[in-house]
Write a protein that binds this ligand. Structure first.
Ligand code: THU
Length: 140
């Protein structure tokens, strides 16, 4: 499947409009392409207690997973800055749970024409995975 990164970028830019950000006023949008071909949009959703805040990337992932998706091809991410927005550490770990280290594409979208591409391995090198968990010794 050929990924239309520009189309994914446009969906992320549109998703940003739906951000709920009364506290930071910083909007983020994401568009996640599942292996099924469906695209799941996400925005950040803030909360007055701050910690319940959900990033745009995790909104997109949780929407998709709750609809039965388990395999993903790419995500486009864009924020309210005149620069590329890198996903936070928590979102990188969520991505690592479901996405291959070298096949999954992360597109950082400054605008429709300026897009940077990364792999999972590049963005979260040495990720903690189920393999590490299985290697662990267990107390008797
Ligand atoms: N935010 C995201 O949605 N994604 C990121 O990768 C970085 C941060 C949101 C969380 C919060 O609503 C606002 O940006 C400021 O941190």
């Amino acid at each position: 499947m050929e990924i239309d990164r520009r189309e994914l970028a446009k969906t992320a830019i549109a998703a940003k409009e739906r951000a709920y950000v009364p506290y930071s006023r910083f909007r983020v949008g994401a568009a996640l392409l599942a292996a099924s071909g469906k695209v799941y949009a996400g925005c950040n959703i803030e909360n007055v207690a701050f910690t319940p805040t959900n990033c745009a990337e995790r909104t997109a992932f949780f929407k998709a997973i709750s609809e039965g998706e388990k395999e993903f091809k790419a995500i486009a991410i864009t924020g309210d800055a005149d620069d590329y927005l890198y996903p936070c550490g928590v979102c990188r770990q969520v991505m690592a749970e479901f996405c291959s280290p070298d096949d999954f594409k992360i597109y950082l979208v400054k605008n429709e024409n300026e897009i940077r591409e990364f792999t999972m391995e590049e963005i979260l090198p040495g990720a903690f995975t189920v393999t590490d968990l299985e290697k662990g010794r267990r107390p008797e």
